[in-house]
Design a protein around this ligand. Structure first.
Ligand code: GRF
Length: 194
């Protein structure tokens, strides 16, 4: 794995597709002295993503790749990441599924946050599914990205209680709050074993 010596931070790219609240939260974390990562690049699959504004605000380089032709775009992204000496990638609400080849190029260096207690509810509509199944708990998971969707090794999880009156919307809100807590913690765990 990548070493964090405390002298120089790990050069990191964040991938998003939407609101970017996790992106914003990771930027704030990355600016702390104790943070092992430095965010120097944002990749968005959506030119309208609200999260793009945080890249502007915090002066982080941004690139939009719409994935119309995934193979071509992934090639361009890989080139861009290498050019910018990126060696760690955090997916944060990134709605595209990266190819095996892409992942191979960053083996063990891509992590994702998923809004469920994996291995439960891989994929989409996690909150709806948890409520429909009358689960007592949901939560969120930070995990390594492998070529099998939402199936890589789990780094950290946080449980969230589901109450009777929860809707997918209210549950999403509660889970998201906890995502903001565990994503930085998971990154600390990866690089410093804290
Ligand atoms: C989060 O719930 C994340 O777990 C999921 O998509 C949502 C993104 O939220 N993959 P945001 O864009 O970080 O606000």
């Amino acid at each position: 794995m990548i070493k964090f010596t405390g002298l120089s931070k790990v050069n990191t790219a964040i991938f998003i597709s939407g609101t970017g609240s996790n992106f914003k939260n990771l930027i704030k974390f990355s600016l702390l002295k104790k943070s092992p990562i430095k965010i120097s690049l944002l990749v968005s699959s959506n030119s309208q993503a609200k999260g793009l504004k945080y890249a502007t605000k915090y002066k982080i380089k941004k690139k939009i790749f719409k994935f119309k032709n995934q193979l071509v775009d992934e090639k361009k992204i890989l080139h861009y990441l290498k050019k910018n000496k990126i060696n760690f990638i955090c997916l944060a609400g990134f709605m595209k599924i990266l190819s095996k080849n892409f992942i191979k190029n960053f083996k063990g260096k891509i992590v994702n946050i998923h809004p469920s207690l994996l291995p439960k509810y891989k994929g989409l509509n996690t909150h709806y599914r948890a409520i429909k199944n009358k689960d007592k708990f949901s939560g969120c998971t930070v995990h390594y990205v492998t070529s099998k969707l939402d199936s890589g090794k789990i780094i950290l999880q946080k449980k969230v209680k589901i109450i009777k009156k929860d809707t997918p919307f209210s549950l999403a809100k509660k889970v998201l709050k906890n995502e903001h807590k565990i994503y930085p913690k998971a990154i600390m765990k990866i690089f410093t074993n804290l």
